[in-house]
Ligand binder design. Structure first.
Ligand code: BV8
Length: 247
């Protein structure tokens, strides 16, 4: 049983606009390694932020493509965990609810969340590396990466790499929701990667109550109104239960 401060329970119950930002920590309990944890096995010797770049893809397209194929395999096998399910409950209960995710694993959609802002794309989508058009099928000629059926350029995952701009509309919607929320939750993110990490600051500056859910301290912790220290898969269901138990 996690003890949620009474004032916070009251605040959530009476809030009309709540925004939740999630990071890799929300998928950790689904068995997907977070970005900061060293990759396992084959990939242990690589730093994810070295591989998740256009430079790495240009230098070694096969290596980067196969790293994403390995991650896609993990994602396809993984199931949402109680943190994802609790966030679906939030969406049902809160009048104006916005979910912003840095995650590319599609688990929020798999859990049943409807309105999701994917800041960093989605690893299960593939696009042409030349014109960024989404490609849903291609002839598998055993070449890695495969080539775009329309122009012959390499295909790549539809994710935002370090050094690439975020999808403009997604970022704009995320900033708006962060500035307009009464309560802003930062769940399972190390609050390091920009511009996602600045959303919590914008919420704070706009007068929102900021709640962090994370087992560890992050650069946001000292500024958050509430820092709920623990696993999202434990805290979020507890929170939903205590706020909406009699409903
Ligand atoms: C941009 C998709 C400009 C790919 C990701 C030098 C050159 C260029 C840019 C930069 C630079 N220096 C800095 C930058 C900016 C850079 C950046 O922020 N770098 C960081 C490292 C300092 N940002 C960018 O490059 C962005 N683009 O700035 O472009 C620009 C603008 C206009 C036009 C052109 C260019 C792009 C950033 C997006 C990168 N792509 N993902 C892929 O996945 O392969 S980011 C990647 O990190 C994932 O999406 C991940 O979600 C995200 C953030 O990490 P977290 O989600 O926070 O995950 P992390 O592992 O760090 O932390 C997990 C947390 O969970 C921990 O705190 C842990 O304690 C907690 N946790 C663990 N278990 C649990 C838990 N919490 C709760 N419950 C649990 N059970």
């Amino acid at each position: 049983m996690f003890d949620i401060p009474r004032k916070l329970i009251h605040g959530i119950k009476n809030a009309a606009k709540i925004t939740v930002l999630t990071g890799a920590g929300v998928s950790a309990e689904s068995g997907i390694p977070t970005f900061r944890v060293a990759q396992t096995g084959l990939w242990a010797k690589y730093d994810p932020s070295d591989l998740a770049t256009l430079e790495a893809f240009r230098r070694n397209p096969r290596l980067v493509w196969n790293w994403y194929e390995w991650r896609r395999g993990l994602v396809r096998e993984s199931m949402p965990n109680p943190a994802h399910t609790a966030i679906v409950e939030f969406e049902k209960k809160v009048n104006i609810f916005t979910l912003i995710t840095q995650n590319v694993d599609g688990l929020h959609a798999k859990a049943g969340s409807q309105n999701i802002i994917e800041l960093h794309g989605n690893i299960l989508r593939t696009k042409c590396s030349e014109n960024s058009r989404i490609v849903s099928s291609w002839v598998d000629k055993e070449e890695e990466p495969p080539r775009c059926p329309n122009c012959g350029a390499y295909l790549r995952p539809d994710v935002v790499w370090f050094g690439e701009g975020l999808p403009h509309d997604a970022l704009e919607l995320a900033v708006e929701a962060s500035q307009d929320s009464e309560i802003f939750f930062s769940v399972g993110t190390s609050s390091i990667v920009q511009p996602a990490a600045s959303l919590a600051v914008q919420a704070l500056q706009s007068g929102a109550l900021v709640v962090e859910v994370n087992p560890d301290e992050t650069p946001l912790t000292q500024y958050a109104n509430y820092a709920l220290t623990g696993l999202a898969g434990k805290i979020l269901p507890e929170l939903v239960q205590q706020v909406w138990k009699e409903d």
